[in-house]
Design a protein around this ligand. Structure first.
Ligand code: ASP
Length: 429
């Protein structure tokens, strides 16, 4: 029995936690009328404690995780000068496609209104939630007055800017700053490990958050959650099967069907593993089979797995709209622009491993004053969405790589079109 339980993956445990929490919450809402047991013991103590402990653990990770990941990600672009224009163009395309992805997600969220009718403020967690920062303030606030106080208070945008600067300088000084390079690389490893440890508590945390939410909301909570799920899927489908093929045709005139036919196995691998990082070798191999020079892909694919997360950005955009609607907060234009900017930065700071997109989501929420408690509600179904979004994340990396290779004449078009076999045949799937 115990060995059977041990075989259940973390993702499935989270799913189990979510379902149990949902059932317990609904039962509580319908059948338990004693306010002492329901509200005082369970809702406001047991579930509140379990859920918020988990959220605090996640929040604890954000600043160091994002900071180290950005420094290391930028510092590792060691060859940015030798690679010259490829580096610049790749980064630019990565950032633009991510900004496009969040925008699509926000629009979908505005139309479908996944959070409407979910009166989260009734069950607590809302703070004073007006967002009336002007655009000039937002720009000014990007630069830290004191980076250490930004780190200490978790003011993410200045932290990111500071991280970017350190990364650039480390990449420039290279040998002279080897010790610091090592410290940051190891710091990044430590934070990734800590993330996976914290995630082990996710099933309990998710159980408590779901039980508390549905204990308060009853059946009213189910439809919005389903809508949120569908919104994210629609966003991912648009990005994957409309935006990417259009970009491919627009910039290269290459046939997107030929791309998807061969790339599907990579998407599937990313889907089942939920990690862009682990998909790097397969992604590069498939691109090679499509005629893309390894000189380009060996740089762009690992970089993309670190900084380009369009699928994650879509989930974050929809989550922002979901939470804003659930708490009845009106996000103005400058708040939405802040969301786009922060989500692009969050995508840069999201490591390509399972579930990290949710950790960096707290930073997007904080940037516009949304209560992070809302993340607890979507946590339960995130494992499934993580699979879908990772498939889109890696597709974005591949499409950008093909575009960059095309512009730099680093793709053999005969191989892409299937008129010629790839140079050294090597199939790993
Ligand atoms: N699992 C995603 C990836 O590896 C990251 C995330 O969104 O959590 O690409």
């Amino acid at each position: 029995m115990l060995s059977k339980l041990k075989k259940i993956s973390l993702g499935n445990w989270i799913l189990i936690g979510m379902l149990l929490g949902l059932i317990v919450g609904l039962l509580l809402n319908f059948y338990v009328t004693d306010p002492f047991i329901k509200d005082i013991v369970l809702m406001n103590n047991v579930f509140y404690l379990g859920g918020n402990l988990f959220i605090k653990l996640m929040k604890m990770l954000v600043v160091p995780l994002v900071f180290f990941s950005i420094v290391v990600g930028v510092a590792s672009i060691s060859d940015i000068r030798t690679i010259g224009s490829i580096g610049g163009t790749t980064i630019l395309i990565y950032l633009i496609t991510t900004a496009l992805a969040v925008t699509i997600a926000l629009i979908i969220g505005m139309y479908i209104q996944p959070g409407a009718g979910l009166h989260m403020s009734d069950i607590g967690g809302a703070s004073n939630l007006t967002m009336n920062q002007t655009m000039t303030d937002t720009i000014l606030n990007l630069v830290p007055d004191n980076p250490f106080s930004s780190l200490a208070t978790g003011d993410m945008l200045p932290v990111i800017i500071f991280g970017l600067l350190i990364g650039i300088i480390l990449a420039k000084l290279r040998e002279e700053t080897e010790t610091f390079n090592k410290i940051f690389t190891e710091g990044n490893k430590i934070m990734m490990e800590m993330t996976s440890i914290v995630m082990k508590f996710a099933p309990i945390g998710v159980f408590c958050l779901m039980a508390k939410t549905f204990g308060g909301l009853g059946f009213d909570g189910i439809l919005p959650l389903g809508k949120y799920f569908v919104c994210v899927l629609i966003g991912l489908a648009i990005q994957g099967f409309v935006v990417y093929p259009s970009l491919l045709v627009l910039f290269t005139r290459l046939n997107p069907i030929k791309f998807f036919k061969r790339f599907f196995s990579v998407m599937f691998f990313a889907f089942s593993s939920s990690t862009s990082n682990a998909t790097i070798p397969l992604n590069m191999e498939k691109l090679h089979e499509m005629g893309v020079s390894r000189d380009v892909s060996s740089f762009t694919i690992p970089l993309g797995a670190t900084i380009n997360m369009d699928g994650t950005a879509i989930m974050q955009g929809v989550a922002v709209m979901f939470a804003a609607q659930a708490y009845g907060i009106d996000l103005g234009t400058s708040a939405l622009l802040t969301v786009i900017f922060t989500a692009v930065m969050a995508s840069v700071g999201t490591a390509g491993v399972p579930s990290v997109g949710l950790v960096t989501l707290t930073m997007v929420f904080n940037s516009v004053g949304l209560p992070v408690q809302a993340i607890g509600v979507i946590f339960g179904i995130d494992h499934i969405l993580d699979m879908f979004r990772t498939a889109i994340n890696v597709t974005g990396d591949a499409i950008c790589t093909i575009i960059v290779s095309f512009r730099n004449k680093a793709i053999d078009l005969d191989i892409y079109k299937g008129d010629k076999p790839p140079e050294e045949e090597k199939h790993i799937m």
